[in-house]
Each structure stands twice: as structure tokens, then as C-alpha cells.
Design a protein around this ligand. Sequence first.
Ligand SMILES: [Zn+2]
Length: 113
Amino acid sequence: MHEVALAEGVLRIVMDAARANAAVRVHTVWVELGALAHVEPDALAFCFDAVTRGSLAEGATLDIARTAGTAWCMPCSVQVPLAKLGDACPRCGSYQLQVLQGDEMRVKEIGIA
Ligand SMILES: [Zn+2]
């Protein structure tokens, strides 16, 4: 389950930011998750709960925003939106698509006290 590794990565970023800001508690963590990332938001939230236990971020809310994916359609020679991996081009129905963005995850903001 690679959501555990991702959750640990999020926690590292959160802890660095919390320390830099002399925070006593982290109450919310906002992350952006690309629609094409192989990550289950529910699984990620579950893992985040587990890895933050005993840390400043224990009990913090993980707010996951899904961001749309973008792909390059070879037959159309244009960028097209892609809701999920395995979808066809919305213009021509082709599967000759190259993912440009949407498979990344990043920590956007951290709510501290
Ligand atoms: Zn196309």
C-alpha cells in the first residue's frame, strides 16, 4: 500500500513547516491530489490518521482536493482534459494519449495553532 509512504511524506513536510513556525498543533492539512494519481483518497486519509498518531498533527483533518488531469492526444494534436487513467480522448475517442499532468500530489497549505 503506497498510501502509507505518501502519508509519511506528507507528515514530513507538515512537521518541517510546523517546526519552522513553532506550532504547537496542526489542525488541518490541505493537499492537492491529481485525478490520475494511483491514490485512493480514503486510503490516504486513513494512513494519514495512522502516521500522525503521537505527533503534533494527531487528529488533524486531511483535506484532499482532486485536480483534473491533462493529456496530449496524438491524433488530435491537442491537450485534452482527462478525468481518469484509461479514459479515451473526449474529442476523438482515441486511446493514444500521453499524460501531461494530474498524477502528482502536493501539500498546499497547513493550518497550525
Ligand atoms: Zn483525440
